[in-house]
Design a binder for this molecule. Structure first.
Ligand code: F6R
Length: 617
């Protein structure tokens, strides 16, 4: 969480930083701030609220000149979101300035020590403690900024991506990373450098970037190359310069009102991009290097443990049904946060699959590290190329969904399910649980999914109409069974996170064990009742709801007549294999939550209190 971006070079830094902050706002938007150095002085402006507020404030309080600077958009951890707690922060002498994404866990102890040495603090943040620690080290050890940062970070427990500037040596920026991501864009002939939490702020300036690894510090000087060292032992690191694939179109709204809507509509393409080169239906082949290279491990695995958070955890639940049904491998699905602190029993015959769009989620990352330490083979399903989880895992498969900017995850979910379906099918065939003809049929059905999603998106207006009827409801219930139980959970999550309406997902049959008490004529209930998934049983549940006057919005298979007669509204999805229905049933639920949130005038892409990349525990 928190987005950081910086520039050092020959151009005016302000437009680069402010536009960069807008692109990074998905990472946090409690407050924003900027520092510019114009050759003489540092000028700081910061404020509670969004980057747009910052822009207005800057117009009044600082000049926008300077070829060095950095900016921050915050998701608050320590200290309420207000102007003072916003980043950047100065050191006591105001010679040093810092922006920080992460948490310094032992900040309190360090703060007390610094207070005893005469330091004073303006904010409640852990970050102000860190910059004063760096200042103190610099003074005590009489070292340059890079060295002081390195020594200070060796005393710190926590996570960080930081950028630090020293106005007494204004030709360099120092950057360091542990746990939170940071990329350094390298301009032509080393004449300029860009720094950011992801590459989106500098994509129009350079395609060459270094991604710092954990426990690395970099000193960036104009005219010189980036010098990277290990924080712990001071050894020099020969960082690889990567060629970025990202382009500007991918990170802009492209005519849609919101990123979320754009990303919902991108799903047909995202699914194709995800299976392109992997699903060779006519040849009857699924090619996935990460699985092929480790096939014996997969085939000999006693069980698969899936770790993830949020929407990715829901994709993991779908995968549980896929792997158990198709590949007959026992599966456990774990929240990263619970798994990592539970002393779980893991052996070297377990395969851990971690699912994460961002590849940066702190709890999932920690679970990955722990599983590897305990001897498990860890496979990553990530969207962001080169992300921490992608790097920490033994093997993996990217989802190729393209950048997902809306905070509510949509195309990440369907592409994760696509990857996980391919793995399950591959293993199902290899283990002899799937006949060649059943396998072949699955491959052809999977190939048809993008077109079916495309066709399904035509229900947008109908879903919008349904949204207009129920937008003022205080509670929603989402019910599904089997493969579509996780979709019910996901539908409820989507609604609550962007419209702030309370919603719960339940396995349909569990309704009568409690939630049925909530049902009255004011309660909308979204029921997934597709033809192949325990259809008759779900129809009985729908009857039970009807008997209690609940309002039924049913997602059914094309041509359904039974549910149509009972439900208040039906939304038809094209027919497919039961295992693939989540790829379709989730689409109307995404649209429903989107339209309700828009009608309630909520901030769809940046819902309150949330951030896209959860790099804190
Ligand atoms: C919900 C949502 C979150 C994320 C969760 C995990 O729409 O976006 O629940 O799914 O924070 O994030 P990743 O997949 O990046 O690990």
């Amino acid at each position: 969480m928190c987005g950081i971006t910086g520039y050092i070079g020959y151009r005016e830094a302000y437009p680069i930083i402010i536009n960069g902050l807008k692109r990074l706002e998905y990472r946090g938007y409690d407050s924003a701030g900027i520092i510019l150095y114009d050759g003489k002085e540092m000028k700081m402006s910061k404020t509670k609220g969004k980057v747009a507020n910052l822009e207005k404030k800057i117009e009044k309080n600082i000049t926008k000149t300077g070829t060095i600077g950095f900016g921050h958009t915050r998701w608050a951890t320590h200290g309420v979101p207000n102007d003072v707690n916003s980043h950047p922060h100065y050191s006591e002498s105001e010679n040093l300035a810092i922006i920080h994404n992460g948490i310094i866990e032992n900040y309190d102890t360090i703060k007390k020590e610094l207070i005893s040495r005469g330091y004073t603090f303006k904010s409640d943040t852990d970050t102000e403690v860190l910059i004063n620690l760096i200042e103190e080290v610099k003074k005590q050890e009489n070292v340059k900024l890079g060295k002081a940062v390195q020594i200070a970070l060796n005393q710190v427990v926590g996570a960080y991506a930081i950028v630090v500037f020293d106005k007494t040596h204004p030709n360099e920026l120092v950057v360091a990373k542990l746990g939170s991501p940071i990329a350094i864009g390298i301009g032509k002939d080393n004449k300029e450098f860009f720094i950011a939490s992801d590459a989106s702020p500098f994509i129009e300036y350079t395609k060459n970037a270094i991604y710092l690894e954990d426990e690395e510090v970099a000193v960036i000087k104009v005219g010189k190359s980036v010098k990277v060292r290990k924080i712990k032992d001071d050894s020099i690191v020969d960082s690889k310069v990567l060629q970025l694939q990202l382009n500007l179109d991918q990170i802009e709204k492209g005519g849609y009102d919101h990123f979320m809507l754009k990303e919902i509509y991108e799903q047909p393409k995202a699914i194709i991009d995800t299976y392109r080169g992997r699903l060779l239906a006519n040849e009857g082949i699924i090619r996935m290097a990460g699985v092929d290279d480790n096939i014996q491990r997969f085939l000999n695995a006693d069980r698969i443990i899936i770790v993830a958070c949020g929407t990715s955890w829901h994709a993991g639940l779908v995968a549980e049904y896929l792997f158990e049904d198709i590949a007959r491998i026992p599966v456990e699905v774990e929240y990263g946060s619970e798994f990592r602190y539970r002393n779980p029993i893991i052996t070297n015959k377990d395969i851990v699959i971690s699912i994460s769009q961002s590849g940066e989620t702190a709890d999932t990352l920690a679970a990955v590290k722990m599983a590897r330490e305990k001897g498990a083979f860890v496979f990553g399903v990530c969207n962001v190329v080169g992300s921490s989880i992608a790097r920490e895992t033994d093997a993996g498969a990217y989802t190729h969904a393209g950048p997902e900017i809306g905070v509510a995850s949509t195309k990440a979910f369907t592409t994760q399910i696509t990857v996980l379906s391919l793995i399950a099918l591959k293993l199902g065939l290899a283990k002899g649980n799937l006949s060649k003809s059943a396998y072949q049929n699955y491959l052809h059905q999977m190939e048809l999914i993008p077109n079916k999603v495309e066709a399904l998106l035509n229900i947008n207006d109908k879903v919008k109409h349904i949204a207009s009827i129920y937008k003022d409801a205080k509670n929603f219930l989402y019910l599904g069974r089997g493969f579509n139980f996780p979709v019910a959970l996901e539908g409820a999550l989507k609604l609550k996170e962007i419209s702030y309406i309370h919603a719960e997902g339940y396995p349909a049959a569990e309704m009568k064990h409690g939630p049925i008490a909530l049902i009255d004529e004011n309660m909308p209930i979204v029921v997934i009742a597709t033809k192949k998934g325990h259809y008759e049983k779900v129809v009985s549940n729908i009857q039970e709801i009807k008997a209690r006057k609940g309002k039924i919005i049913a997602v059914v298979t094309e041509g359904d007549t039974t549910v149509k007669e009972i439900a208040d509204h039906t939304i038809e999805i094209p027919e497919t294999e039961e295992a693939f229905t989540p790829l379709l049933t989730t689409i109307p639920l995404q649209l429903l939550s989107y339209h309700i949130a828009v009608m309630l005038e909520k901030n769809v892409d940046q819902p309150r209190n949330l951030a896209k990349s959860v790099t804190v525990e």
